[in-house]
Design a protein around this ligand. Sequence first.
Ligand code: NAD
Ligand code: LMR
Length: 366
Amino acid sequence: MKKPVRIAVTGAAGAISSSLLFRVASGEMFGTDQPVILQLIEVPQAMELLRGLAMELEDCALPLLHTIRIFDNPEAGFKNAHYAILIGARPRTAGMERIDLLTANAEIFERQGKALSANAARDVKVLVVGNPANTNALIASRNAPDLSPTQFTALTRLDHNRAKGMVANHLGVNAEEVRKVIIWGNHSSTQYPDLHQSKIFGEALVGQQLDETFYRETLIPRIQNRGSEIINARGHSSAASAAQAIIDHMRDWAMGTEENELVSMAIVSDGSYGIEKGIVYSFPVRCRYGRYQIVNGLDINEFSRKMMKSSEAELLEEKASVNHLLPKETEQSHYKLRICLRSGKFLAADGLLDSGDPVLETSRLL
Ligand code: NAD
Ligand code: LMR
């Protein structure tokens, strides 16, 4: 039996988490041979609700569930965590854009970044889900001077899955056949769902299987605005599909992407594809050995470039509006990803690479 991994989850009594935790404890995230310790974090006023959820988890008698602990603060809750899933934040309601949550939620991620830096395992993998997810991830990362910016990611896998699901539905094929979908940019209505790399049964999607005008004028806005469509229908933002996307994101990051496939993850930009450094932007990536790498060298047409730039502009604006929460001391590490720590040294905490390893000279994997 493997050694248990510690998974910290904030907003643990909320809607997404209630869909997520039972599946994580059943092995759907890291496999049916991987025991888990759940470190569940909530605000003090939700602790009774969280205790109820923890009791239900216990009552499932799941063989992989090693321990459940509940916390009312992130400092204790992140202690030695190998994975941190930051869901806890206010969701938007009908009529709001995700950016409207920026002021309401930003300070949560400042505190959580500090708490992760001081308490989590040195190779912790962090996924930010709470909206606006990209900029919250940037705030957390910039407030974590003793972790690498590459340890912080934000969730755009839900958009990625939405694109696959909608195309599959439209064409009457299984979602698994729809490969190499890319979400560029922000988890917001400026995101760019790019299907130019996708093929079905060897044929290009855009222009062959999908009419170009339908793609641009109907499908793209539908994917971009799916979050609002769900809020309007349910009266609450997506929960079960968000939980599925979290499982997919973490599983692929830890265990690797499928052969001949790429996935979308929002990560600190290293300048690839001309996207400004120092923002958290969604790129096409492949994961191996517990690390992600941007898929470089893809053809970008003029339409795509324009869409990618428009989402970049929104992220730069978001960043400017939270500038007071981005400490100067971590600026350099976010512009020069090779330098991971405030001290200017690499962080190679997983023991796979030493700081002088030449692999780090040419790659931004760590
Ligand atoms: P919810 O209101 O059901 O649950 C949120 C929980 O977070 C609540 O239980 C609340 O008490 C808790 N919380 C608030 N502040 C906290 C803090 N500082 N520390 C710990 N816990 C805290 O909301 P939900 O539906 O679970 O959604 C959570 C967030 O995820 C929202 O911001 C939502 O917009 C976002 N979301 C993101 C995506 C994505 O794809 N990135 C998808 C769906 C939802
Ligand atoms: C979603 O995409 O469903 C979530 O980000 C919730 C929202 O506010 O749209």
